[in-house]
Design a protein around this ligand. Structure first.
Ligand SMILES: [Zn+2]
Length: 309
């Protein structure tokens, strides 16, 4: 056992708890675990605690960061994470994990935490970019925004819920209670709702001339292009990093989104704003989620204020 202090980052996903122990100075990963997620408050609390205990074998723990879906309240309690089996009753990870570390326990929305981790990947090639966003095309469609190097937690402390921006007022009902939300068209769940196979299969079938596949693929491409454009036009980030299983599954989708943005950019405003040039496709193996969770602890610039709950 080494005595150098380590910071642990934990990315709590619907199927896997991915955790890393990093050197807080260099952010080099010194240990890593992946364990299946057991849903519910008890399952998560015991699974996450066991993960920390395993990583503690690598050295003393100077802090723990957790990225988790759901609503993150004051002091890092988690509620309303449907995929994890958490409702109104809170999961209090700071209480459960506090005794395992001499430092802080910081809990944040998972996609926001992943934005910090994705920023590490971006900095390797473009170290001068200070304003960027992560767009995660997972089961839903959500984002995280970093401005001037600082993760924005926002007033409501929710994720950047791009998926629930209205895309078609006459569209079907969404789980959020509204109609025609963007993620009904441009997300993993949106794709599953309309197509029984993968995104790769959808684009192959569309290329073969199937009209239904062409419509669904066009909605998916338009929806993702819309989300990227929203981020560029509102918070004016220099880069939009796009990740998630749907976009990783087929280069045809990524090429179609690039082409859509180039086409949309062929206007005087488009030429000035260069939205198509701002997109970067994050490689699937960056460990952005767990690394970003550790950076919740190591980044002293993370804003910690939020409304009282
Ligand atoms: Zn919705």
């Amino acid at each position: 056992m080494d005595d150098a202090p380590l910071v642990i980052g934990i990315d709590v996903g619907g199927t896997t708890i991915h955790a890393v122990a990093v050197d807080p100075e260099t952010l080099d990963i010194v240990a890593e675990t992946k364990t299946p997620t057991a849903p519910g408050i008890e399952g998560l609390r015991s699974g996450i605690t066991a993960t920390v205990a395993e990583l503690a074998l690598a050295g003393p723990i100077a802090g723990i960061g957790v990225g988790c879906p759901g609503l993150i309240g004051d002091h890092g309690v988690i509620t309303h994470a449907g995929n994890l089996g958490i409702g109104a009753e809170p999961l209090d990870l700071p209480e459960a994990l506090g005794p395992l570390t001499s430092g802080p326990v910081v809990v944040e929305n998972d996609v926001k935490a992943a934005a910090l981790g994705a920023g590490r990947w971006l900095a390797a090639s473009e170290p001068d970019v200070r304003d960027f966003a992560l767009l995660n095309v997972g089961t839903g469609l959500a984002g995280g925004i970093v401005l001037d190097g600082v993760l924005r937690r926002g007033w409501s402390r929710q994720g950047v819920e791009l998926g629930h921006i209205m895309f078609d007022r006459r569209g079907p009902a969404c789980s959020c209670g509204a109609h025609g939300c963007l993620e009904l068209y441009a997300s993993g769940s949106g794709l599953r709702r309309r197509w029984s196979a993968t995104a790769a299969d959808l684009f192959e079938t569309a290329a073969d001339g199937d009209r239904e596949a062409q419509t669904i693929a066009a909605d998916l491409v338009d929806g993702l292009a819309h989300a990227v454009t929203l981020l560029a036009y509102t918070v004016d980030v220099e880069r939009v990093l796009v990740t998630g299983g749907v976009v990783a599954s087929t280069p045809a989708l990524r090429a179609a989104v690039d082409l859509r943005l180039q086409h949309d950019g062929a206007t005087p405003l488009g030429r000035a704003t260069q939205v198509a040039q701002r997109i970067r496709w994050l490689p699937p193996d960056t460990t952005a989620g767990a690394l970003g969770a550790a950076m919740l602890v190591t980044e002293s610039t993370v804003i910690t204020e939020g409304p009282s709950r």
